[in-house]
Design a protein around this ligand. Structure first.
Ligand SMILES: [Zn+2]
Length: 480
């Protein structure tokens, strides 16, 4: 049973509670209506402002029973400290000490600034002033957001990129780029305006985007075609798109044959692409990767397979043997490809014999994107002569791509080495059907034919064969 004294106590607690809430009417009302009087429906930053207000990160100004947000008012450095500290779920540090001459203990934001400095968000540049009442610039805002939310790098390549013409060499370039590539900040007409003050509405927008993915800018709007140097064309009827670079990553969609995607990064077998405004991953075996600028083969991983070797001489005739000729051509091809920036994997560089499975394994272990095997032909009829290139459509999933590459190489060999054109042929040769990537087997000519043999054993022609294969590869990578 409650005594009279207890009732009084409850009453006092109730009154105290009520008086506190009554002074916060503005916020309660705001939460219910989700609206500031000066942020009408349709205001470009309304959703972001409401989001932050509901989280009590930003507050309005109470004026005669209404609440204003003052979206166009500039944000001061002191206000920024308070909002960022609040956004991090931290509180002001009332007893924190500051050595800034211009932030006395009596300054309204002293505790917020002390916390911001303690958290390493602001004021870490060793200066003796904080300039609490100065406006925050867009460059400063970039640094503050990156520091406060530890936004990760999107890669060294984009970190130093000049995305905006007015940020080249800017002290905050890395921070500005990081916001850009996270879909948090964009510019206008190719400029970022780093020195400009930031308004409360702009600040709210950037902060909301940082806190919640739903507000982020869609990547295709930010990273227009050409910003990345690699495009991938889907080479299979249906290619799984995953949230993470793993065969067990959450499936977010599929791409169809012929679709073209921007590739932002390649790690092992996984290509990082933009998909529906987000980064996602696909298995690169089913993408034809093309460089949009510079050398068409730069960065491409190509296996050059000199057939036979060691105990296996291959075809022999008239004192010549296949294994020697094809190794010479393979070495010259490697040189040309590497000079153009490709990563070349040789299945052999000396007179040794790797098994056919060893050669396929080398391609897979090195995340190869193309496999080119080099051979010479032989026939009992010495008049048989000419060049031909094989591809496989029995089990190689990139049969169509392989056929295109075969055609380009065949054309170049016939033209440059003046060979009889025996065409391209579909055949389930081991190294073709056991590879998944674009794979061809080149028969340079007939070692059993005296005319072909003269070319196959000549240093001059060996270089022409290598050049022809190289040009065929370049044509493949420069074609759609
Ligand atoms: Zn052979």
């Amino acid at each position: 049973m409650l005594g009279k004294r207890h009732v009084y106590c409850l009453l006092i607690v109730f009154l105290a509670f009520f008086s506190v809430t009554s002074s916060s009417w503005a916020n309660t009302e705001l939460k219910q209506e989700g609206r500031f009087v000066d942020v009408e429906d349709g205001h470009w930053a309304k959703n972001e402002i409401d989001f932050l207000a509901n989280k009590q990160i930003i507050h309005g100004y109470e004026v005669g029973g209404t609440v204003q947000f003052r979206p166009d008012q500039m944000v001061t450095r002191a206000e920024a400290a308070k909002m960022i500290v609040s956004a991090l779920g931290q509180t002001e540090w009332k007893n924190g000490t500051l050595s800034f001459q211009d932030v006395p203990a009596s300054h309204w934001a002293h505790g917020w600034i002390a916390r911001a400095v303690q958290l390493g968000i602001m004021g870490g540049d060793g200066t003796t002033t904080f300039r609490p009442n100065d406006s925050l610039s867009r460059a400063e805002m970039s640094v503050v957001l990156v520091n406060a939310f530890s936004l990760p790098s999107k890669g060294a390549a984009v970190e130093g990129a000049v995305v905006f013409k007015d940020t080249a060499g800017h002290w905050a370039l890395r921070h500005i780029n990081r916001l850009y590539y996270h879909g948090i900040a964009s510019g206008r007409d190719g400029q970022f305006f780093p020195k400009d003050d930031i308004s409360r509405a702009e600040f709210a927008t950037l902060l909301a985007r940082t806190l919640d993915d739903q507000f982020r800018l869609p990547l295709p709007d930010l990273i227009e075609q050409g910003k990345t140097n690699i495009q991938g064309t889907v080479t299979t009827s249906s290619l799984n798109v995953r949230q993470t670079p793993s065969a067990t990553g959450t499936l977010v969609g599929t791409l169809k044959r012929g679709q073209v995607v921007d590739v932002y990064d390649i790690n092992g077998y996984w290509a990082k692409i933009a998909y529906n405004g987000q980064f996602a991953y696909v298995h690169k075996t089913y993408l034809k990767l093309r460089n949009m600028a510079g050398s068409p083969v730069k960065g491409r991983i190509i296996v050059v397979d000199a057939g036979h070797g060691g105990k296996d001489s291959g075809a022999m005739s008239g004192g010549a043997n296949e294994k020697t000729t094809v190794l010479e051509v393979a070495k010259l091809l490697k040189e040309k490809l590497e000079k153009a920036g490709a990563t070349v994997v040789m299945t052999r560089e000396t007179d040794v014999y790797p098994t056919l499975q060893d050669r396929v394994d080398m391609a897979k272990d090195n995340y190869a994107e193309m496999f080119v095997s080099i051979h010479t032909n032989s026939a009992t009829n010495p008049s048989a002569k000419g060049a031909e290139v094989y591809y496989d459509s029995s089990t190689n999933p990139n049969a169509e791509e392989s056929k295109k590459l075969a055609q380009y190489i065949q054309e170049e060999i016939v033209r440059m080495a003046n060979m009889v054109d025996r065409g391209v042929k579909n055949s389930g040769l081991y190294v073709l059907r056991n590879n998944n990537v674009t794979s061809v087997l080149v028969e340079l000519g007939f070692i059993s034919n005296s005319e072909d043999r003269a070319k196959l054993t000549s240093a001059e022609y060996q270089n022409i064969y290598a050049e022809a294969i190289y040009q065929g590869i370049v044509k493949y990578y420069t074609s759609q």
